[in-house]
Design a protein around this ligand. Structure first.
Ligand SMILES: Cc1cc2nc3c(=O)[nH]c(=O)nc-3n(C[C@H](O)[C@H](O)[C@H](O)COP(=O)(O)OP(=O)(O)OC[C@H]3O[C@@H](n4cnc5c(N)ncnc54)[C@H](O)[C@@H]3O)c2cc1C
Length: 474
């Protein structure tokens, strides 16, 4: 093998792609490999989650669980002690929910250090558009700047895929300047009229983040937030955070939790009745939820998605206490107004948008006039419609294909891509939130750092064992 072919190409420079590059670069056996991170939209290593500049946006995981590295669990805690507040007792600091912008500084610190130590980390500011299979199972990663990176290993760490447009009668509306498909693109703030109401589609964490930004930016008019059930994420509490981190036994474990998902849900409810705080029960499941999920058959997984997912999400993915207090203030003041229902249509009218929606349980339509409509409906992993050109192209060419769930990506051994002809590509990996059908818990740092470590270990061992390319049937 010549040196030109010793390339590992990581597509995506958010938390996952960046920390994977650091893990790989640290290993001596990869010293003569180039480790490329391909990223276009965000500053490496911030990704979508940590690109915010406002301290209003807090981490929703306490400091003690946010180390970027699975083999150094106190790394972020120690960093915070040094850079946030040296006077705080480590135990107390571990329970804090700090700004996401501060976490971005931590990740940057780690990346800058790694780059200063390992010249083989190379940043490519471009979008990957396609991947072609070459002779001997090398890959050409095609970039939007007309360059091509030849790779021996490819890792897709493409993260949170932007929200898809909802189905409405007038799909032309989505071209309107009153529509914000990507709410993290804050360009709309400069033309925000403080006295005109806005609509946020969604009531989960991103929707809440955007509501807080709008209020902080001087919006006085109502912020309507609309979702099917109108459920909002529940808050953390300090007491539960303290117990949760030291481990709580709610009496449920991988062996006694029923494999019928509705019966399991009942068991969880019973455990909640026996405990002081439901948070302790939910968090006590976390250590084995991935294993439990893997043991369910597809019909049970689909049942979960249909009947339990929404209620699970608002209890499992909670708001930092500071954020929850801000939301309560806006709810109490009547600025945030929660609507349960679904959007039927939206028309642009002058500088405004006329939204027609159907309230849950009603059979007549209601209307709202708003200056902006923000799409905070949650990620879209339908390979035909998702907002990621690379994945759409790969799906068309058959390089990837959908998971049996109908969305996301089919894989083998969790992380290896399986192509449309059922071949396992053992040097092409995928990780992150797109693996929800495989892993269930795969959104937040405590899980992602384990995925990063597992993929890094696999690549390192392939290289050590004089990697020879093979293709197996799935
Ligand atoms: C608003 C928000 C808040 C969150 N808060 C927390 C929190 O407090 N704690 C926690 O643990 N988790 C949190 N999360 C979860 C978060 O998703 C993870 O912590 C982590 O940041 C995900 O990193 P990632 O690299 O997998 O994905 P991302 O951060 O989405 O990074 C993926 C990157 O890939 C790039 N990309 C995609 N396709 C291509 C392509 N074709 N070519 C080039 N680049 C491409 C994208 O531009 C993006 O920068 C939050 C998520 C969001 C959205």
């Amino acid at each position: 093998m010549n040196n030109e072919n010793r390339n590992i190409v990581i597509i995506g420079g958010g938390f996952s792609g960046s920390t994977l590059a650091i893990n790989l670069a640290c290993d001596k056996s990869l010293a003569d490999y180039n480790i490329y991170i391909v990223e276009k939209n965000h500053e490496i290593p911030k990704g979508l989650a940590y690109s915010t500049n406002t301290n209003l946006h807090l981490l929703n995981v306490p400091v003690k669980n946010m180390s970027a590295f699975s083999d150094k669990p106190d790394d972020f805690l120690n960093y915070c002690h040094e850079k946030w507040d040296r006077r705080l007792d480590l135990k107390e600091l571990g329970n804090y929910y700090l700004p996401r912008a501060f976490y971005a500084d931590y990740l940057k610190d780690k990346m800058n250090y790694a780059k200063s130590q390992f010249a083989n980390i190379k940043i490519v500011q471009a979008q990957a558009k396609d991947i072609l299979v070459k002779a001997n199972q090398y890959y050409d990663v095609i970039l939007d700047n007309n360059e091509t990176l030849q790779a021996q290993f490819v890792v897709l760490a493409v993260g949170n895929i932007a929200y898809g447009n909802p189905r409405i009668a007038n799909s032309d509306y989505f071209k309107s300047p009153t529509y914000v498909q990507n709410p993290w693109n804050m360009r709309y703030l400069s033309s925000l009229d403080p006295n005109k109401p806005v609509l946020i589609m969604g009531t989960a964490q991103t929707a809440i983040d955007i509501a807080l930004v709008l209020n902080d930016h001087g919006l006085k008019a109502p912020i309507y937030m609309l979702s099917r059930h109108g459920y909002m994420s529940q808050p953390h509490t300090l007491a539960a955070t303290k117990v949760m981190c030291s481990g709580h036994d709610a009496g449920l474990n991988i062996d006694n939790l029923d494999r019928n998902i509705l019966k399991a849900f009942k068991q969880v409810r019973q455990a909640i009745k026996r405990n002081h705080d439901w948070r302790l029960v939910i968090d006590s499941l976390r250590s084995f939820t991935q294993k439990y999920w893997a043991s369910l058959d597809i019909s049970q997984k689909k049942r979960f998605a249909r009947h339990i997912q929404v209620i699970w999400d608002i209890h499992r993915h909670r708001l930092a206490m500071g954020v929850a207090n801000d939301v309560k203030r806006l709810l109490d003041a009547g600025q945030i107004k929660i609507l349960k229902g679904r959007i039927i249509n939206i028309e642009e009218e002058g500088l405004m948008a006329k939204v027609t929606y159907r309230r849950r349980g009603e059979n007549t339509n209601s209307q709202l006039d708003v200056s902006y409509v923000f799409n905070c409906t949650g990620p879209n992993f339908n390979l035909k419609t998702l907002d990621n050109e690379l994945l759409r192209n790969l799906n068309v060419s058959g390089f990837i294909c959908p998971h049996e769930f109908g969305v996301s990506v089919k894989t083998s051994n969790i992380y290896n891509i399986v192509d449309a002809s059922d071949k396992v590509l053992d040097n092409v990996y995928i990780m992150g939130s797109i693996l929800k059908p495989q892993l269930f818990e795969t959104v937040a740092v405590p899980e992602l750092r384990n995925e990063v470590k597992e993929i890094a270990d696999k690549i390192i061992s392939q290289v050590k064992n004089n990697y020879s390319v093979s293709i197996k049937k799935a």
